[in-house]
Design a protein around this ligand. Structure first.
Ligand SMILES: [Mn+2]
Length: 353
């Protein structure tokens, strides 16, 4: 590789922040996969509760700085993102990539971001979930902001690329996450929160579609070619798997919601819960995490958690797009059938006098 392309690729700094010691296995998978796929990339890790064992392990990665400085503000779960990004930008980085601790790197992503202009922000497409759509700038309207554009879907903040051009946006995002309205909503259970107050990403979605920030160009990292948003039983669709078999894995695998490194002892009751558990057991995150077993203190969670999971895993090679493919076929068929029947019901309903 020539010097020019090496310097072009070395501009981005990864920013990770995680205060739960229980997420240490995920942090190890993230750091190990990051250094394998994007060797030499700089990473700042804000981990105030890092265990001595993690601190010792990470000292073998000279490009990763653990707790490079303090985050000057209150740490409230995922709401730390704008503060961590602002801190990284203010301490010398000019092109920063936030990556959630529940993400695994499957491919070198540097070429994607090297192509973006300084003004371009990157966020990810939300998973196939109930909160995926943001029709006509719904969240901006709910915040009382004038709408400047309508986004094709809610912005998911598992991976975000910002530069010094986005400081005003990050400050506005940080301020709203500290607002009494948002903090009161966060104190309530998630199912009681209104759509614009559900979490940090709903607030960012509102800001990006508001007229104040609607001139910021956005590069959405798309489900399929760029990222697997592994969420529920539509977390890894047949169409995405076929794409990955043909052109290779995406850059990011986001284990959204499901935490395989937290094995659960809760009994699984009922058919749909059993199906969901089996689908999770075949997660592409876990399949790929097996390649980093030596980075973990305890790797028991990397094997299938159920008898049926082990039987199904034995039928397919240890390959992320193929593992669990039969389950994805069933799940996609049911989801598509439900969508089609819902549309027909609506049409028939509209024809009633
Ligand atoms: Mn996440």
């Amino acid at each position: 590789m020539g010097n020019d392309s090496a310097s072009m690729l070395s501009g981005i700094t990864v920013c990770i922040a995680e205060d739960r010691a229980s997420c240490e296995p995920a942090l190890r998978i993230l750091v190990a996969s990051l250094t394998r796929r994007s060797p030499g990339i700089r990473a700042l890790l804000f981990c105030p509760n890092a265990t001595p064992s993690f601190a010792k392990w990470i000292s073998d990665f000279p490009h990763c700085s653990l707790n490079p400085c303090a985050l000057d503000g209150v740490w409230t779960k995922y709401d730390i993102k704008p503060l961590a990004l602002l801190t990284a930008l203010r301490t010398g980085a000019d092109d920063v990539l936030w990556i959630d601790s529940d993400v695994l790197i499957a491919r070198d992503f540097r070429p994607v971001f090297a192509e973006l202009s300084v003004e371009t922000l990157a966020v990810t497409e939300e998973a196939l979930s109930g909160g995926r759509a943001d029709p006509d700038g719904m969240r901006a309207r709910m915040w009382g902001m004038p709408v400047g554009r309508s986004l094709p879907f809610t912005a998911n903040t598992g991976v975000i690329r910002v530069t010094t051009a986005h400081i005003e946006l990050l400050e506005a995002w940080h301020d709203l996450l500290q607002s009494p309205e948002y903090r009161a909503a966060q104190a309530a259970p998630w199912y009681e929160r209104e759509s614009h107050l559900a979490g940090d990403q709903e607030v960012l979605t509102a800001l990006l579609s508001s007229s104040r920030f609607s001139d910021i160009p956005i590069r959405f990292l798309r489900r399929g070619p760029d990222i697997v948003q592994f969420f529920g039983t539509s977390g890894y669709t047949v169409a995405e798997r076929i794409g990955h078999l043909r052109t290779g894995l995406p850059y990011f695998i986001h284990s959204q919601g499901f935490r395989p490194w937290w094995p659960s002892d809760e009994p699984v009751v009922g058919w749909s819960a059993r199906f969901r558990a089996l689908y999770n057991d075949m997660s592409p995150y876990t399949t790929l995490a097996r390649g980093y077993a030596s980075s973990l203190d305890c790797d028991r969670w990397l094997s299938s958690q159920s008898k049926h999971g082990r039987a199904l895993a034995a039928l397919t090679p240890d390959n992320a797009p193929l593992t669990g493919l039969p389950l994805a076929l069933i799940s996609d068929t049911v989801r598509i059938a439900k969508t089609v029947s819902g549309r027909w019901k609506n049409r028939l309903g509209a024809r009633q006098p």
